[in-house]
Design a protein around this ligand. Structure first.
Ligand code: NAD
Length: 368
């Protein structure tokens, strides 16, 4: 059986989430490859060592170059803060490693161009972690869109909204700093919104965006106020190449929400809505039905077919889509083929997000 040797770079929330995927994929899929946790890299060596001992990685390091010099690494899995992604991608491409990278893939048009220009980009398997595509209800929605069940698409609304930046006393974190995050909530949550929207409804023609920063400063770890140079929320009117017009919102100022990702698409023949806080169902409206009304279609854990753990009728959890996203990548690596969504797909979303930043800055519609 083929062994895929994985190095996880960055071991916070996502480092652990991906490691959960590596450890549980054999139970979900019984694949014809096995994963070896070959190395873990954290900003502090002590943290890498703790992860090695607790989760069974073979090697611990605090330096990406050390990881890349190891003889047995096949995959670089990038889970660091956003501003470190491009350097890790470029180094991994130099070393011809397969890459699994968290969103947002890059920070700004120059970084995007550097990755796209790398000569090895198409010779390895890459994937952007757009995990929401792997929710069973999203997979069925994609099937419906491909079957043109909605007819001509006219309008849409898409948002990912949370309450996590509400309050002037919320401390400054790397996500609030442009230096570490490259952008604000538009990069962080907008990446998911624009990936889901464009994957389902088609590419973007133009954007008109207004961003909001609710608090000019936030306290640092010593309680001193530091200026905030990122957005807490972003609101766009988006026109797609197919002519449909709608709204896209990314916000951490939404009191009363949790991690509310929501996509609703309206066509001439029907409509669909995906509510990721209610992920067991796809809501579909057939305008030709003599008794119309939104139909609640059970998707639970039915997609993709072929997984039997847990059984298909059990309710869906967020982490399951992460594991499925990771499986698609590892399966592609094992078969030596491209994966979807690729780094190029992630970089397309970056172009849209950067156009949104340009629009907000220049206060005008930007055409892609
Ligand atoms: N797809 C998703 O569902 C999802 C959810 C959350 C975060 N993310 C993305 O994942 C990435 C990481 O976010 P997170 O929530 O895990 O952040 P986090 O702060 O929990 O973890 C980041 C980790 O990277 C480490 N780190 C910092 N510099 C490093 C370096 N030079 N080398 C190695 N490690 C370093 C930090 O010590 C920390 O442990 C971000 O790009 C974020 O946008 C994706």
């Amino acid at each position: 059986m083929k062994t895929i040797n994985v190095a996880v770079i960055g071991f916070g929330f996502m480092g652990k989430t991906h490691t959960y995927g590596y450890q549980t994929i054999p139970l979900f899929y019984e694949p014809d490859f096995q994963v070896r946790l070959a190395a873990v890299c954290a900003s502090r060596y002590q943290n890498a060592l703790a992860a090695k001992e607790r989760y069974g990685f073979a090697h611990a390091a605090h330096d990406l170059d050390e990881i890349l010099s190891l003889p047995d690494i096949d995959v670089i899995d990038i889970c660091t803060p956003n501003a470190l992604h491009t350097e890790a991608i470029l180094k991994a491409l130099d070393a011809k490693k397969h890459i699994y990278c968290e969103k947002p893939v890059a920070c700004g048009p120059q970084e995007t161009a550097r990755i796209l220009a790398h000569p090895h980009l198409n010779s390895v398997t890459t994937q952007t972690v757009f995990n929401n595509r792997f929710t069973p209800s999203a997979k069925l929605a994609k099937e419906f869109m491909q079957q043109e069940r909605l007819g001509r698409i006219l309008s849409f609304r898409a948002h990912m909204i949370m309450p996590s930046n509400v309050g002037a006393q919320k401390p400054m974190r790397w996500r609030n700093s442009r230096q570490a995050a490259g952008g604000g909530v538009l990069y962080d949550l907008g990446a998911h919104v624009m990936d889901m929207l464009t994957w389902l409804a088609g590419p973007v023609a133009s954007v008109y965006t207004k961003n909001q920063t609710a608090y000019a400063t936030r306290p640092d770890e010593n309680g001193r106020p530091v200026p905030v140079d990122t957005d807490d929320a972003s609101y766009s009117v988006v026109t797609l190449s197919n002519g449909a017009v709608g709204t896209a919102e990314a916000s951490k100022l939404a009191t009363g929400t949790n991690t509310d990702l929501y996509i609703e698409i309206h066509g001439e023949k029907g409509a669909l809505k995906l509510d990721f806080m209610d992920p067991n169902w796809l809501y579909f409206y057939d305008a030709q039905d003599p008794h119309p009304g939104y139909k609640k279609i059970e998707t639970v854990q039915k997609y993709p077919a072929g997984t039997d753990f847990p059984p298909a009728r059990h309710p869906m959890g967020w982490i399951r889509a992460h594991a499925d996203c990771l499986y698609e990548f590892l399966h592609a690596v094992s078969e030596n083929r491209p994966a979807t969504p690729s780094l190029q797909d992630g970089l397309y979303v970056q172009k849209v997000l950067d156009a949104m930043y340009q629009s907000a800055q220049e206060n005008k519609e930007i055409h892609l």
